[in-house]
Write a protein that binds this ligand. Structure first.
Ligand code: SF4
Length: 471
């Protein structure tokens, strides 16, 4: 099976990445502060929506229906986009999508593009691929800009620079902005307003001189061929309207059948992601505007394989709201980089190993990057049962050798009643020699739990001795 590229190298397993991350006290402080704030905001706006449960069920049902009829809706989308003057391209994998986009940019004669935040383009490593072709991509989302200037990697779906605090951002702006365009003011402070103003001036200059833009889309409406982008800063709107050529790279699971379906998601998404009643900017466009050229690149990159999986396919319902990240106790302590893909947190733990396959140590370890507390399922606006998918993926991943050895030994003992009885008798006699802590790699279990005491006699022995409790 070919390996699906997901934007970040897959090398060390999650526990090793996590062990390093949890030793970084600044990172943990930044994450705790940010996730707790967003979590509280989300809880309060969800609580004030009396029909939240119905909305959630509607979101789940629409996505489920669309995925079951994806072939039909994708063809309808292609026809509608083409009829509205756009061009549709199909990309099976990251390399093909990158090749298509680079070819489209080159055809314009430009060597610079602006980008509105798009997970799909991060997933395929578009910026790096364009750079190899001599094309520079400039991120215009504030958090993405911070990540790009800091030569960093995103660590959250909605707030990619969540691991950075104000002081760090000021340093990044002061040091690196000049290398990418308009420099930061000399007297830049770490006040949010000052940082936002520096970014605004820097980006404004970029928007006015760039002729090609690349975007993703939160939703693509099959009925009309309309792309929908939700964002909070207005930078996306500039990016979508000013350039002459607009290229949208969109995962095939983003399609929705009709405008009416969008109504549900315009309520679910902002409340779940940033804790707002509605998002500040919703941009929609259908085909090419006058004087503009529009290309839609529909990306598979492993999605049809996920769709074929009866349990795991629900991950494709995800609307990338990040609510599951913000409540996850594992994510809160490790941050996003430990997951080794552009999709971190609980959704990353189920989506990445499915999209990429479980060929690497990291991908095999991701289904274990969870305490299975179920908080992610509780908050998911499209009711993805993340814990069930995690358990299913765990059953398919090759288990660590101590676990395999333990299960094989248990299987041998339980196979015959006599073996079990002899082992119980021996255990009862040697109970005082049983250590409080298990040795070697098994110690991970007893580091945080007490070993249960071995009883003096087994239940069967007790039953025989007391005649079922009568003596
Ligand atoms: S899995 Fe659910 S909660 Fe997590 S990002 Fe996707 S839609 Fe949001």
């Amino acid at each position: 099976m070919s390996v699906t590229f997901l934007g970040m190298p897959a090398d060390r397993p999650f526990p090793r990445n996590a062990a390093r991350a949890v030793r970084d006290s600044q990172l943990r402080f930044n994450l705790r502060k940010a996730t707790r704030t967003i979590r509280a905001r989300r809880a309060s706006v969800v609580a004030e929506a009396p029909d939240w449960a119905e909305l959630r069920e509607a979101g789940r049902a629409i996505k489920e229906h669309t995925l079951r009829n994806l072939d039909r809706y994708l063809v309808q989308l292609e026809e509608a986009v083409t009829a509205a003057g756009g061009h549709v391209h199909w990309a099976a994998g990251a390399a093909e999508a990158n090749r298509i986009v680079a070819g489209l940019v080159k055809a314009t004669g430009e060597t610079e593009v602006v980008k509105v935040k798009s997970m799909a383009t991060q997933e395929i490593g578009l910026n790096e691929a364009l750079l190899e072709q001599g094309i520079t991509a400039y991120e215009t989302d504030l958090a993405e800009l911070i990540v790009q200037l800091g030569d960093d990697r995103p660590s959250h779906i909605v707030v990619p620079a969540i691991h950075r605090n104000r002081a760090e951002i000021r340093e990044i702006f002061a040091e690196h902005m000049s290398g990418w365009g308009r420099p930061a003011p000399e007297d830049l402070t770490d006040e949010p307003a000052a940082l936002a103003e520096a970014a605004r001036l820097h980006l404004r200059e970029r928007f006015l001189k760039t002729k090609v833009a690349i975007s993703g889309a939160n939703f693509a409406i099959a009925e009309t061929g309309t792309m929908v982008v939700l964002e909070s800063e207005g930078n996306g709107r500039m990016c979508l309207t000013l350039p002459r050529t607009l290229i949208s790279v969109v995962g095939i699971e983003k399609v929705l059948p009709s405008w009416r379906d969008l109504e549900v998601f315009l309520q679910l998404l902002p409340r779940s992601s940033t804790g707002e009643r509605m998002n500040p900017y919703t941009s929609t466009w259908t085909g090419a505007a006058e004087g503009q050229e529009f290309h839609l690149v529909l990306l598979d990159n492993g999605r049809t394989r996920v769709l074929a999986d009866e349990v795991g396919r629900q991950a494709l319902r995800c609307i990338r709201c990040s609510a599951c990240l913000n409540v996850c106790p594992v994510y809160e302590r490790t941050g996003g980089h430990a997951y080794g893909s552009v999709y971190p947190g609980p959704i990353g733990a189920i989506l990445t190993p499915q999209l990429r396959g479980m060929g690497s140590e990291l991908d095999r370890s991701l289904p274990y990057a969870s305490s299975l507390c179920g908080a992610c399922y509780e908050v998911c606006p499209v009711a993805i049962d993340i814990p069930s998918v995690l358990v299913d993926l765990r059953s398919r991943a090759r288990h660590p050798w101590p676990e395999r050895a333990g299960m094989a030994a248990a299987g041998w003992v339980f196979e015959r009643h006599g073996r079990l009885a002899r082992l119980q008798r021996a255990g009862g006699r040697l109970r005082r020699l049983v250590p409080r802590r298990l040795p070697g790699p098994l110690g991970g279990w007893t580091d945080t739990r007490d070993l249960p005491e071995v009883p003096r006699e087994s239940f069967r022995e007790w039953w025989d001795r007391t005649d079922g409790g009568r003596r």
